[in-house]
Design a protein around this ligand. Structure first.
Ligand SMILES: Nc1ncnc2c1ncn2[C@@H]1O[C@H](COP(=O)(O)OP(=O)(O)O)[C@@H](O)[C@H]1O
Ligand SMILES: [Mg+2]
Length: 390
């Protein structure tokens, strides 16, 4: 590369000239170094072509811990399919088996039964050498960051590359790219103790990406962070997913995290997956009780005083709708057509990864037979209706 010649890095052998106007417009992408402008350009066409291909396939996986005192069935016949480019959430209460499952993916735990394919390779059958190679392609971040306190930010990010035998020049270059990506360029020589929680997790993310992984596993990665920092970290993960085409698996006990970033979700309880699917579908129509209670943590509980006792002229309904039917004035059509009143008591409309999903609690009042017809009308228009009774 000739000095002074503007160029594109990150693996593309192209060069082009950027005007000062364009630099101004896309200021966040440009960085000045030794008199040159360095610009990060993310090329995503490979990722688009690959979208929909299988990345992780967990088939009939069980894991039993057998101790001197007791036996724990941490995973029971788990089946999950993660496609390339997914942000796949696994949600469950403490002890549901989430960490055990994610640790089986990179074989930090050995499954007792079943197969796990990562990029088409069965990780349960790899030799130690193959396993070491495969683990480079799976980055991981943790709730408590797991940074080396005796190393600076630069030292932490360089660590997996040192183990991998990357030359010091290449390490330095990659480390700077990653610091730029996670917006911590000014913290290069700082020790973890001098960083905030959000900054520590950014270092964790940079370190996990050091060896260009295909998959990033996040085990409760935002659980130690405040809500604002959580949002910032999730936004960064989303950017990384979109720009680098990285497949991300997120383990969490918070439905808010799933709502914020995930495209698909699996709900775990007692070592089993009790429900899974597209996040918009699961939010609009949760079927398992555990899923319902998780969804309610980010929608709303119905207070007891909303329930009218034995009044045939009133019906309390939870309405869920998604996609195109969320854009139509179905409620107002129903009110006009059946001469009923609809009082919206709770709820709202969310945009979940480009899909509109609505959840409303509505009290219908009017003549009993007209209420029945009004509910039928809603169902005919793809609105899920659940009659709420005490
Ligand atoms: N190494 C282990 N030995 C024995 N039991 C374990 C071990 N790891 C996890 N467990 C048990 O397996 C179950 C699932 O744990 P875990 O996967 O950590 O759940 P989660 O991440 O959803 O909180 C729990 O009952 C836990 O006590
Ligand atoms: Mg856990």
């Amino acid at each position: 590369m000739k000095p002074g010649n503007p160029h594109i890095c990150e693996g593309a052998n192209s060069s082009c000239v950027f005007s000062s106007k364009m630099r101004e417009k896309h200021r966040s992408l440009f960085r000045r170094e030794r008199g040159c402008f360095i610009v990060r350009v993310y090329i995503s066409f490979d990722y688009d072509i690959e979208r929909g291909k299988s990345m992780i396939r967990i088939q009939n996986v069980s894991k039993t811990f057998t101790g001197a005192q007791d036996t724990v069935h941490a995973l029971q016949n788990v089946n999950i399919h993660v496609e390339k480019g997914d942000i796949f959430g696994i949600v469950g209460l403490s002890g549901a088996g989430k960490s055990t499952l994610v640790r089986c993916i990179n074989r930090l735990e050995e499954p007792t039964q079943g197969t796990i394919l990562v990029g088409g390779k069965d990780v349960t059958k790899l030799t130690d050498k193959e396993l070491r190679t495969m683990r480079k392609k799976i980055g991981m971040i943790f709730q408590h960051f797991n940074l080396l306190s005796c190393r600076t930010v630069a030292g932490n990010i360089a660590y997996p590359m040192e183990i991998d035998g990357v030359s010091s020049r290449d390490r330095e270059e990659r480390m700077k790219e990653l610091l730029f990506l996670v917006e911590l360029e000014d913290k290069m020589n700082v020790y973890p103790a001098q960083l905030s929680g959000g900054q520590k997790q950014r270092v964790g993310i940079a370190r996990a990406l050091a060896n260009h992984p295909d998959v990033l596993l996040c085990d409760e990665a935002t659980s130690a962070l405040d809500p604002k920092t959580t949002k910032a970290i999730l936004k960064l993960l989303k950017q990384i997913n979109e720009k680098l085409g990285l497949t991300i698996v997120i383990i969490t006990h918070e439905m808010e995290v799933i709502k914020e970033i995930c495209t698909k979700v699996a709900v775990m309880e007692g070592g089993e997956v009790v429900e899974q699917g597209w996040v918009a579908d699961v939010f609009a129509n949760p079927t398992h009780d555990t899923t319902k209670s998780f969804v309610q943590t980010v929608t709303h509980e119905v207070p007891a005083e909303f329930f009218s006792h034995q009044d045939p002229t009133k019906e309390l309904l939870r309405l869920s709708f998604k996609g195109s039917c969320a854009k139509q004035p179905i409620l107002s059509q129903m009110i006009r057509k059946f001469d009923v009143d609809a009082n919206i008591l709770l709820g709202g409309v969310d945009h979940l990864q480009q899909m509109i999903v609505g959840n409303l609690v509505v009290e219908l009042s009017g003549e009993p037979d007209k209420i029945v017809k009004a509910v039928e009308f809603l169902k005919d228009h793809q609105v899920q209706c659940e009659v709420l009774r005490l």
